[in-house]
Design a protein around this ligand. Structure first.
Ligand code: DOR
Ligand code: ZN
Length: 480
């Protein structure tokens, strides 16, 4: 049987991969990349996208967004969130479980899946919760199709209680067996609560109190506790929103020991610092973990190259504008939108000479695809991969403004900032979902991604809770 003809060609662009950039025309058939040919050699096609003067990148995979639906749609929903993603050059999002209801059971997963599938214009994965109350639901969540799990060790939006260490260990034992990655909000809850309450009792409501509650050790301790339990169990973990320069040595230590640990940082930790909280309206940058002192910025940039930080995500965390303002820092909602501005911010850094376009592809497409078992179908421009593409104009500038964001959460710490390097078209499985800064696809084009993780590699299985609750006559073999 003859293959169906090429339906779309993208001509004249510079095609960017992790290892280099080539001038090539891209052939697309049935939503997938069917070929890469020398410029000018593309066969005729129904649709020709002219990418002269532009770069074509694999679409961004953002493994950390909060789209708020179900339950908090005054902040965001799958329509607005995915439109913001598309405009930002993001073709796949992984959405967090701190919605209402949380994604803590297979039923609640199905509820969210149906909302996402009917509204999203980009592809998506959905996290399940590893919570204090739902260990027995972890396996059904895997069967339902979660992309991974989310463990909130530190308190944040949604107030999901941190599981105690016994529950975390048991959860990791189960996840190690399932082989799926657990994304971890690594902050120590008892420490941050005690400090928060002490400062509240002392009458502190200023923005710096938020940073003081969650000072560096809050992050460093939780990271090392999580990595210790991951090493013991063989669970795969991903540290979300790494904000702290002091964590980086430890991350390299755990990686060197063979723990399957990946790490993301966020553009806001690379661009912003805590002193900005003191400016009028500066409370907008309240988030968890906090944006820290300026001294953290350069080590985090360095971490993008020294093997400690694998990827750049966003923690897209929209809130209603009025929830983001106020003189009492404890009442200001945590987080702000990011999915629409992350690629422009990183492209701006490319133009400033901080990193290369190839680095951007590694950090925002290749690495996330590898960590979560999507690489090959996503995260790379090659024959057989989904035609998930961000066409960017490295010479185009825009002034960022909360008012023009497609997210429902109209607040931004980047108000008035000029970025240079913008996505001008975004394709998801061959379909243009955003063009010239506007979403153009019908709701429901987005599909849940299919994942293929490596075989699970659980460790110390003879010591798991499941193993020790049946009677044992002898000690374990006990080899070290
Ligand atoms: O600031 C934050 N906001 N940090 C998080 O970890 C969660 C997020 C949210 O959901 O609002
Ligand atoms: Zn988050």
């Amino acid at each position: 049987m003859q293959p169906s003809p090429i339906d779309t060609v993208i001509t004249g662009g510079q095609v960017v991969g992790e290892d280099g950039t080539v001038a090539a025309d891209i052939l697309i058939r049935d939503g997938r990349i069917a070929g890469l040919v020398a410029p000018g050699l593309a066969p005729p096609a129904d649709r020709v996208i002219d990418a002269r003067g532009k770069h074509v990148l694999p679409g961004v995979i953002d493994v950390h967004v909060h789209f708020r639906e179900p339950g908090m749609t005054h902040k965001e929903d799958w329509g607005t969130g995915s439109q913001a993603a598309a405009v930002g050059g993001v073709t796949t999002v992984f959405e967090m479980p701190n919605t209402n209801p949380p994604t803590d059971t297979a039923e609640n997963f199905a509820l969210k899946h149906d909302l996402a599938a009917s509204k999203s214009i980009v592809d998506f994965g959905l996290y399940g919760l590893l919570g204090a109350h739902n260990v027995e639901h972890l396996e059904p969540l895997a069967a339902a199709g979660v992309i991974g799990y989310k463990l909130f060790m530190g308190n944040t939006t949604g107030d999901l209680p941190c599981p105690n260490d016994g529950t975390i260990l048991e959860g990791f034992e189960i996840l190690a067996r399932l082989g799926k990655r657990c994304s971890i909000h690594a902050e120590n809850s008892p420490i941050l609560f005690r400090r928060e309450h002490a400062m509240q009792a002392a009458g502190r409501t200023d923005p710096m109190a938020h940073l003081a509650a969650r000072t560096d050790v809050v992050a460093v301790e939780a990271l090392n506790r999580a990595a210790t339990l991951a090493e013991w169990t063989g669970a795969r973990i991903h540290i979300v929103h790494e904000s702290c320069a002091r964590s980086l040595d430890y991350i390299r230590f755990w990686k060197a020991r063979g723990v399957d640990i990946t790490v993301e940082t966020l553009p806001q930790y690379l661009y912003l610092d805590a002193e900005m909280m003191l400016e009028p309206g500066g409370e907008v940058i309240r988030m968890n973990p906090p944006i820290r002192e300026k001294a953290h910025q350069e080590p985090l940039w360095a971490g993008l190259f020294d093997g400690s930080i694998d990827m750049v995500s966003t923690d897209h965390a929209p809130h209603a504008a009025e929830e983001k303002r106020g003189a009492d820092i404890w009442k200001v909602a945590c987080g702000f939108p990011g999915v629409e501005t992350s690629l422009p911010l990183m492209l701006t850094a490319v133009n400033a000479g901080r990193l290369t376009l190839e680095d951007v592809v590694r950090l925002m497409a290749g690495a996330p695809a590898r960590a979560f078992g999507l690489f090959g179908s996503k995260g790379v421009i090659r024959v057989g991969a989904d035609a998930d593409l961000a066409i960017v104009d490295m010479g185009k500038s825009a002034v960022l403004s909360a008012a023009t964001l497609h997210s429902r959460g109209k607040s931004s710490p980047y108000e008035g900032m000029t970025v240079t390097g913008l996505p001008v078209a975004t394709l998801v499985r061959g379909k243009t979902v955003a063009k010239d800064g506007q979403p153009v696809a019908e709701p429901g084009w987005g599909k849940m991604v299919r994942q293929a993780m490596p075989a699970p590699a659980p460790r110390h299985t003879e010591t798991t809770l499941a193993a020790i609750t049946v009677p044992h006559q002898r000690p374990f073999a006990g080899t070290l």
